[in-house]
Design a protein around this ligand. Structure first.
Ligand code: AMP
Length: 184
């Protein structure tokens, strides 16, 4: 499957702004709004993802709230396939199933509509997408949720992987992982 060359990776990385100490001291926040506002960078990224996934028999794109919606919905439109939002608790109006995961302090949860992956195909293939993987807790819960909802999470895709946090290692135990960019 297609990956990006070093020049294109550098160009994309430079289109993302880093904001220090947001939302709290010590966090280097990767601000993808500057990538979205750079049409050359956004087009390069989306064309790359389209080329990578166009022949992979993907039936659905699932995007994690909220920045995963932007890349996921764009890609689903390009591929001509369905988009499913994976949301924080209490946001989806119909019957949901959910998956809890641990945070540094406390727990959080992701939800999906119970019929989100219902189609003519049994066990349809899903590509999960989010902007960034940090500890991997959110994405791991989302992969588990997709599989619980009767689908097969074929790959989890991230624009940025904060490699030093090793979040991808846990997810690789349950699905394939692809990160467009890695930050060490
Ligand atoms: P995690 O569950 O720790 O992998 O956190 C992933 C989620 O938190 C993603 O949806 C990201 O959008 C967000 N996130 C975590 N750390 C950062 C960061 N340094 N910069 C931007 N977003 C982040």
């Amino acid at each position: 499957m297609e990956t990006l060359n070093k020049n294109d990776k550098d160009f994309l990385l430079n289109s993302i702004r880093t904001v220090e100490d947001f939302p709290k001291p010590g966090i280097s926040f990767k601000d993808i709004t500057t990538l979205l506002g750079n049409s050359k960078a956004y087009t390069l990224l989306m064309n790359h993802l389209y080329n990578r996934y166009k022949d992979q028999d993907i039936d659905y794109i699932a995007g994690i709230e909220s920045r995963g919606f932007i890349f996921g919905a764009s890609l689903a439109t390009m591929l001509g396939i369905k988009f499913v939002p994976i949301r924080k608790p209490g946001k989806l109006p119909y019957t949901t199933i959910s998956e809890k995961y641990s945070l540094e302090y406390g727990v959080d949860e992701v939800e999906v509509h119970i019929d989100a992956f219902k189609c003519e195909k049994e066990n349809p293939n899903v590509l999960l997408i989010d902007d960034l993987i940090a500890t991997g807790g959110t994405a791991k819960a989302a992969v588990t949720l997709i599989n619980k909802a009767g689908a097969n999470c074929k790959e989890a895709c991230f624009v940025i992987n904060l490699k030093f946090l090793n979040g991808d290692k846990e997810i690789k135990k349950i699905t394939s992982v692809y990160s467009v960019l890695e930050v060490n």
